[in-house]
Design a protein around this ligand. Structure first.
Ligand code: SAM
Length: 172
């Protein structure tokens, strides 16, 4: 399954860290690309590109000034739109349908998400109906969709790799 991410409403400086974490979680858990909207942030792009250069993988980051354009392009290319929101249907209730999709665009917000995102999405999905974080919502959704396969270790082919150890830090 191909999974891309749309991060809405990036705000500088407020979202610098959290958008970086959204992108890092997306990459580490097997998504292929993140598009972010809101304010353009070359620092965000540079830090994700540096991680990819060092730790490997084909992950891409792109900016778009229009989430509406991103959504319509992804729809045109046959992606199913899955918007993560505390108001949506519990992930466990829609998971069997999500697993059947071949291409998914996972959408996460920052501040209040415009109503048309709820309307255009094929699924509005919640990870509990409590307010928390886009990073947690994304991580749990990717883990559920991939049934934990990402924990078995995706081969990123990076310049550095960690050798898991009970104590200390080991690199290969
Ligand atoms: N007051 C904001 C609102 O309601 O739009 C809260 C935004 S929240 C900090 C940022 C993003 O985290 C949301 O747009 C959503 O994508 C995600 N999120 C937060 N809680 C969630 C939940 N329980 N289930 C799914 N996604 C959630």
């Amino acid at each position: 399954m191909e999974i891309h991410i749309l991060r809405l409403g990036h705000r500088l400086p407020r979202d610098e860290r959290i958008s970086t974490h959204v992108a890092l979680v997306a990459r580490a858990f097997g998504a292929g690309k993140i598009t972010y909207c809101g304010q353009h942030d070359s620092g965000l792009e540079d830090s994700i590109s540096r991680i990819c250069a060092r730790w490997g993988g084909d992950f891409a980051i792109e900016y778009s000034s229009s989430y509406k354009k991103v959504i319509s392009q992804y729809k045109k290319h046959g992606y199913s739109l899955v918007h993560l929101t505390m108001y949506g249907l519990p992930v466990q209730d829609v998971l069997s349908k999500l697993k059947l999709e071949e291409k998914i665009l996972l959408i996460v917000g920052s501040e209040a998400v415009p109503g048309d995102v709820y309307e255009s999405s094929n699924y509005n999905v919640s990870i509990t109906n409590q307010p928390h974080s886009e990073v947690a919502a994304l991580a749990i959704t990717l883990d559920r969709i991939c049934s934990g396969a990402e924990l078995e270790g995706i081969d990123f082919g990076g310049k550095i790799r960690i050798k898991p150890s009970a104590k200390g830090k080991e690199f290969v």
